[in-house]
Write a protein that binds this ligand. Structure first.
Ligand SMILES: Nc1c(C(=O)O)ncn1[C@@H]1O[C@H](COP(=O)(O)O)[C@@H](O)[C@H]1O
Length: 165
């Protein structure tokens, strides 16, 4: 898994290596904007002590937000949100049995007071979580703000340029 050489600002964590083909789209989006990030497999279920350590040291390490992708009984994002003040962006993975509805509901249905910003199931959610992280960082970074506005303008142009006949 790729990580930028500068100190990471965004963490991408996932419950299993099997989630990486989806989460790598978040990593690619951040890389496209030149945002330093790191990617790790950490599970609230399978590696609870490592999950605790990661969440409680994240802010001190200079991270600004955590993108957490998990499938099935997706508790990873919620556990992170309970342990750190950093914004946690949850990406539900599509699951073989319930098509990701299980992951979506277990990510989004947080009790009051412990927010997880929850995105769409799968690749679109992974890309949007990364774009959301870019938007947050762009609030204090003029050059990133310009890159984001160029990206949005290019996206708009691409749609308006479609000719159907
Ligand atoms: N939901 C969680 C957590 C967690 O929430 O801590 N840890 C692993 N998982 C999920 O289990 C699914 C199956 O994992 P395997 O493919 O390794 O069996 C993955 O989508 C993972 O995110």
């Amino acid at each position: 898994m790729k990580s930028e050489s500068a100190a990471p600002l965004v963490a991408i964590i996932m419950g299993s290596q099997s989630d990486w083909p989806v989460l790598e789209n978040a990593a690619k989006t951040l890389a496209d904007f030149g945002v330093a990030h790191e990617a790790r497999v950490i599970s609230a279920h399978r590696t609870p002590h490592a999950a605790f350590e990661y969440a409680t040291s994240a802010q001190k390490r200079g991270l600004k937000c955590i993108i957490a992708g998990a499938g099935m009984a997706a508790h990873l994002a919620g556990v992170m949100a309970g342990l750190t003040q950093l914004p946690v962006l949850g990406v539900p993975m599509e699951s073989p049995q319930l098509k990701g509805i299980d992951s979506l509901l277990s990510t989004v249905q947080m009790p009051g007071g412990v927010p997880v910003a929850t995105f769409a199931i799968g690749k679109a959610g992974a890309v949007n979580a990364a774009l959301f992280a870019v938007s947050m960082l762009a609030l204090n970074d003029e050059s990133l703000s310009k890159s984001l506005s160029d990206f949005r303008a290019a996206q708009t142009k691409k749609v308006l340029d479609i000719k159907l006949d």
